[in-house]
Design a protein around this ligand. Sequence first.
Ligand code: UD1
Ligand code: CA
Length: 451
Amino acid sequence: MDISIVLAAGEGTRMKSKIPKVLHKICGKEIIKYVIEASHRANIEKCILILGHGREEVIQSLIEYNVLFENQPMGESFPYGTGFAVMQGVRHVNDDDTVLILNGDVPLISSHTLKAFIDFHKKEKASISVMTAIFHNPHGYGRIVRKKTGEVIGIVEEKDASEHEKTIKEVNSGIYCFSGKELKTALKRLDTNNSQNEYYITDAVGLLKKDGKKVCGFRIDDMMEISGINDRYQQYQLNHYKQLEINKNHMMNGVTIIDSHNTYIDDSVMIEKDVIIYPGTILQGTTFISEDCIIGPNATIVDCKVGQGTIIEQSKLIDSVVGKSSSIGPFAYLRPKSIIGDHVKIGDFVEVKNTTIGNGSKASHLAYLGDGEVGDNVNIGCGVIFVNYDGMQKQSTKIGDNAFIGSNSNLVAPVTIEKGAYIACGSTITDDVGEGMLAIARARQVNKEKK
Ligand code: UD1
Ligand code: CA
């Protein structure tokens, strides 16, 4: 069987964070999820995660994933290190298994590369294969030590490397393939005789080589695939790289992105063709943008579904649905559970929350529409407020089709305005208004002589 063991118990000290390192995100997704997904997509049958620091939090965030968890005991009385981490997973390993070791903090590894790596390892009948790459700046990585003939003879950590070894530019990815039997043998013989007093899994390479076992290096060209995240700057670098890749994929699928360096689209977002995205746009979560939309500049859209041909300009939309050929913004705010129909206009400085707006309705400027149900072809004038909160409870406002709400009206909820009703501007409506009725609820104007 092919098994993967993902090392994710470390504290991630260099992140300087209270969040476990592997739960930090790039392009909206926790880095550990990228690693697990690559393992699954490489058809590896069993994926074992070694957890320690922040264990509960990590398990919580992975509820939907088909993985097994093992605990690495932590604390003064326990050793530390990648070797000790692998030991925690070894009870799942049979002698004839192929074991892929992955680092939880190396997220951009592709399933394609993993498949090629495992095939290589099997074809070579190696005891251990290590994935490597040439880094112009290898600082912080373990270095691959080879004989003059090119044979890999060991891995030396930066902290234990001689000046000469530090000049080696071929680095250890932290990704290895082991034969199950040889892994078990090597683990029994690791020690902590190094500058960090840790069990290093990297020592397995030298140990097996000394035993005369077959040790192979598998060098890949794309250094980003094996770049790790140890600090916020590396997180930034990988995020940036991944973002450009995501954006490019959308472009290849027919989306116009005006400035890829200033467009932030989560890995999970879906966008149909002929969408145009202007700079400053942030698309997150489960957002789905249909064909022909124009998004941005400066639109933030989180967990929303947007229908065909809709325009969203300089606005923020959260957990909402917008229909076809509608126009949102500039400067609109759709808060959660806003359901906007087709051919709707939500204009500048309009805030909508937990409100349904029917097809063809308009709120063109300066309004607050909270906890309401608005029918089709309703006109909501400038400055209208759904007065939904009496200090204790939220109440709802209902407006029938074709109603007209004059400017600067307060609709004090709970209140119902029936179909075709007309609210005179400046009214404060506290009673329901019947179908087709005109309601005026404001003091009459009095003109007096000046003294
Ligand atoms: C490790 C390798 C280094 C390689 C680099 C690639 C060792 C000794 N060094 O260094 O050769 O170039 O990865 O990115 O293996 N972890 C545990 N338990 C522990 C310690 C670490 O699960 O006790 C996990 C961490 O959560 C992390 C991974 O192992 O996901 C790697 O640990 P890290 O401390 O980042 O190792 P590096 O110093 O990057
Ligand atoms: Ca690392």
